[in-house]
Ligand binder design. Structure first.
Ligand code: OOB
Length: 536
């Protein structure tokens, strides 16, 4: 079977043809998979999935950590034209159930266990509520059968040295204009939105990002952030590295005490981090005995980076910093290798493509004066024009002429670089992890002791912000621990649980009667300052 030109799978195939013996992947345990082996294993897996009855256009929710199976599976799905729906490892029943329903998924891929969590009961629970979910794909050779539906369990082999299987059956591969994958939005509404990315736009996304970063076949990319997230997947990330014939090193998590020896062993040249992880890396760099001299470029993005940490990267880690401001919806901004130091320290870069169209507007969609802060709108070659199956939401998320409303407040410098100054969307950016306030509030409103609730961000030294739930109780005020247990019981991901609880008699309202979140945010920030002073 041939993959059609311009698809994500064709990127891998081309490199496999050109350099079959070069290392493509290094697993967390250190096992190396060559391009040729990877390509053949993808073919065998695609064949097995086809024999399971999966056909082009089907959706599969993929919730795997950074492991070889993740890469095998998404390429096998790309080859078949089956659409991976990329969930994050931290998601739980609430998020997964929603993704399955939204996409009418026919399969759900999980690790057996990851980060102390047993995924099998989760899969069984999700399956009970989703009639169409026919296949649970379990990573690795599980030594424990699924309690129920065991005939439907499909064990994804982690071992790429399977006996030379049949070459996969003939199936028509996708076209470059077809849907390739569904990414999760950082969100603003009560339920997470899905972002349809086509082969063409994502191929552009990954190959242009790789070129901008100077990544080539000598590049060794360390995947420290979850590869299910756009940043580590395609900016240039795992896919951009494979597209140029480089090597991807998969890290099980981003803790620097484990990663620094890995950087030394694998001679890693580039990686991507969020600002809080960079802070941890900087702290560890003072103590480490590992040789980090192979590192050439460190990308940092997902949340606002402090100028102070930015300036420490060169001297303390011995590599160049690149700030990245991106979003799963499309637009990517990068500082460039030849940008002046000050630009790299204090801006979030400029757009990837010359064809990216940016507008900075006020609340009435009128352009603000050049250099002024306003709301960022964007349209461009790899930015979506609509969400997946959400026409009503699209009407507010996009302008009538197709610009995406990012919800970010930015200003543009005379050199065309963006500085992120804040946001208008109701999302709390917890060190790069996005917590949609409305989603958490909807869950909390169901608590019997809560009459009204509002979730706001509060400043935090490490994460940038954390979450604070303001609650008007109904009877006895609940405690924070109870709320956490309640939300966990409702299947919410742990990073969405409130960090702090404030019990109040009333919530402040704006002139039009909406909860005044600005006042709540100012209030909790002042209270934190006072508490800090009292402790000092
Ligand atoms: C990345 O993607 P998402 O979809 O998780 O989140 C997008 C949002 C942006 O709209 C912005 O609010 C925030 O995350 N953000 C930043 C930022 N990068 C993203 N805020 C301040 N400074 C930055 N450098 O987060 C993402 C996707 C691709 C590459 C990098 C990050």
């Amino acid at each position: 079977m041939k993959s059609r030109a311009g698809t994500l799978d064709a990127l891998l195939r081309e490199q496999a043809g050109r350099r079959p013996d070069r290392p493509a992947l290094v697993s967390p345990a250190g096992h190396v998979t060559s391009y040729g082996e990877l390509d053949r294993a993808v073919g065998r897996l695609a064949g097995r999935l086809a024999r399971l009855g999966l056909v082009a256009g089907d959706r599969i929710v993929v919730q795997l950590p950074n492991c070889v199976e993740f890469i095998l599976l998404i390429f096998a799905l790309f080859r078949l034209g089956v659409i991976p729906v990329l969930a994050l490892p931290g998601h739980r029943r609430s998020e997964i159930d929603h993704l399955c329903k939204m996409t009418e998924a026919v399969g759900y891929a999980i690790p057996r266990r990851h980060a102390g969590f047993d995924f099998i009961p989760l899969a069984e629970e999700v399956r009970r509520g989703n009639y169409g979910l026919r296949h649970i794909l379990v990573e690795g050779n599980t030594d424990r059968p699924l309690a129920a539906h065991s005939d439907d369990v499909f064990l994804l082999q982690g071992d790429t040295d399977l006996p030379p299987g049949r070459e996969e059956t003939e199936f028509p591969g996708p076209n470059s204009a077809d849907l390739a994958l569904l990414l999760l939005s950082g969100g603003t509404t009560g339920t997470p939105k899905l972002i349809p990315r086509t082969h063409r736009d994502y191929v552009y996304n990954v190959t242009e990002s790789a070129a901008l970063c100077g990544l080539d076949e000598a590049g060794v990319y360390l995947a420290a952030l979850p590869v299910a997230h756009n940043f580590a997947l395609g900016c240039p990330g795992v896919l951009g590295t494979l597209a140029v014939g480089g090597t991807v090193v998969l890290a099980p998590d981003a803790a620097p005490d484990q990663l620094f020896p890995l950087i030394e062993r694998q001679r890693v040249t580039v990686s991507a981090l969020t600002p809080p992880l960079l802070t941890l890396w900087l702290a560890e760099a003072a103590w480490t005995e590992a040789d980090l001299s192979s590192l050439r470029l460190l990308q940092v993005g997902g949340a606002r980076l402090s100028r102070a940490d930015a300036a420490r990267v060169g001297p303390e880690l011995g590599c160049r910093l690149q700030q990245v401001f991106g979003m799963a919806e499309g637009l990517l901004c990068f500082t460039r290798p030849d940008d002046p130091e000050e630009t790299v320290f204090s801006t979030q870069g400029r757009p990837l493509a010359a064809a990216d169209e940016l507008r900075v507007v006020d609340g009435d969609d009128h352009e603000v004066a050049p250099g002024d802060v306003g709301r960022l709108l964007v349209r461009g070659p790899y930015t979506i024009r609509s969400y997946y199956r959400a026409p009503e939401y699209d009407a507010t998320a996009f302008t009538t002429d197709g610009y995406y409303r990012t919800g970010d407040l930015v200003r543009i410098t005379p050199t065309g670089h963006l500085v992120v100054e804040g946001r208008v969307k109701d999302v709390i950016n917890r060190g790069g992890e996005k917590v949609p306030a409305a989603e958490v509030e909807d869950h909390l409103s169901a608590h019997p002791l809560i009459a009204q609730v509002a979730l706001v961000g509060m400043p935090d030294g490490l994460l940038g912000e954390r979450t604070c739930a303001y609650v008007v109780p109904q009877g006895t005020p609940p405690a924070l621990g109870e709320l956490a247990a309640f939300l966990r019981g409702r299947g919410l991901a742990a990073y969405k649980l409130p960090d702090r609880l404030e019990v109040v008699d009333v919530l402040p309202r704006t002139g039009v009667g909406k909860v005044d979140k600005r006042e709540l945010a100012t209030g909790i920030a002042a209270k934190l300052r006072a508490e800090r002073l009292a402790r000092a």
